[in-house]
Write a protein that binds this ligand. Sequence first.
Ligand code: PEP
Ligand code: MG
Length: 591
Amino acid sequence: MLKGTTVSRGVAIGKAYLLDRSRVCVLKKKIQPEDVEKEIKRFQEAIDQSKRQMQEIKDKAGKVADKYAIILDTYMLLLDDDILVSETIENIRNEQVNAEWSLTLVLNKFNTLFENMNDEYLKGKQDDLDLVVHRILRNLLGHDQETLADIVEPVVVVSHSLSPSDTLTMSKNHVLGMATEVGGKTSHIGIFSSALGIPAVVGIKDLTLKINTGDQVIIDAIEGEVIVNPDKDLLKTYLKKQKNYQNYENKLLEEIDLTAETLDGSPIHLAANIEMEHEIKSLRKFGARGVGLFRTEFLYLTSSSLPTESSLFKTFKKVLEGVDPHPVVIRTLDIGGDKLLKNSGHDREDNPALGLRGIRMSLHNPKFFIIQLRAILRASLFGKTKILYPMVSNVDEIIQANELLEQVKKELQENQIPFDDEIEIGAMIETPAAAISVKHILEVVDFISVGTNDLTQYVMAVDRTNENVAHLYQPFHPAVLKILKEILLAAEQSGKPVTICGELGGDPMATMLLLGLGKLDELSMDPHSIPKVKKIIRNIHLDQAREFADQVLNMSSVKEINQFIAEEMRVRFPSDFDRDQTFEEKPGKTC
Ligand code: PEP
Ligand code: MG
């Protein structure tokens, strides 16, 4: 059994198709000084050839879905990348070595830089670079670019990595599941597989060495496991597990049009967290009522130059029109820390999580902030828009940001550019300072949104991206829960709405507890989580949830709390929590 990380849930069983995306073998060859220019020309031809191939794929991609065309733009930009191309040429000149070797040296240098980053999103970019470099290498070596276009029967695709061109060319009906050695939740395979509902497990070490084309493979994308050549009994077990999981998902999706309200009639608004415009398609599929958190930094991180007011306006307008009549909460840039923009004049910081990020960065360098505010205000005519400030730690930051907002509004009015003058303003509550002074914050905003990811990180003093302390990252810690209760109480007393938009908001295990902690108006989450969270909400009484939360708040040990919640949810929702852990048949039970 091979272990990895699930990026799209489900169980797939079928014959393996091994796509050979493993390293091409590159040898170091010395070249004569008089051959240097010829070698550079050969390299540039391989770049041009790669660009032509990418353009062809991009043309096809545009016809299938905009999002693939966008991903391919990122790839094309890498081919134009100054460092990648000019450093390789420099290596050919200075070292007098072949183009393949020179390019590999540049790739290795980037890989070392990526290894030292602890941002999952940027690490996903490492895979992009790897794919582009391997395309150039294959062109240099005269290898064919192997494609998945020839698959004619249903298979489980197994590969070192998968590029958008792979996923575009393969026949979706024939791909039962996917497993790769690299990738993460934000990698292309993560986006692609979950958008299409194809079970996928990534990050499996030495996968391609252990599987051959034709092997029978089970992708258990519930447990994050891959089983090769199972015996008859094991196969039977997994066929049953697959059926159970499919039935379960279908049942949840039948309820997407039902309202999310408790048995005693308290409604909770369920909204989606999105990062890119194309994701609004999944809102309808999973029954989200609007966007509760649009993380705009991804528009900056996926672009080689800073997005202009006009490109931001176009994106916001499309999202607002697509989500109308439901609202869209646009969070202003939460950049900084380890997500740095090129040319932003941002120095490397020793403690980036405690540094110039979120609203601090926007106030420090208002140029980007003003451009964003102008784009948001202009787009606000096309749907119900709300603005959310991230990483707030005091009231003065909000006042200062609002002053800039007023200045932008005045400029627009002077130029007779229309916008929604009643636009609502909210603050993320994700620092302990904001949580403790939430009463004062509520006096200067229209709503608040609790970022439990950062709130947990800062309350616990545990870096949310550091795997060495991952076991100490505890959203169910009594301190975090107590703070959450206080925040909800303050919001209720102020009469202003409160959303929870961190991962905890989309964790069905936490739903009943969150509802019991206090008056909650909205939960915003990854759209896929909505059906299950809604099911929990529709099957509880608010007073039961309150009693449950009170019991939890009386406990001192995180271990005890985790066990208590898991057991209580299993007893209350046996078909969701019990079976959800394994989807396996239990003796005497039918699913
Ligand atoms: C949070 O901190 O909970 C949050 C929603 O923001 P992000 O995860 O983007 O930091
Ligand atoms: Mg945050």
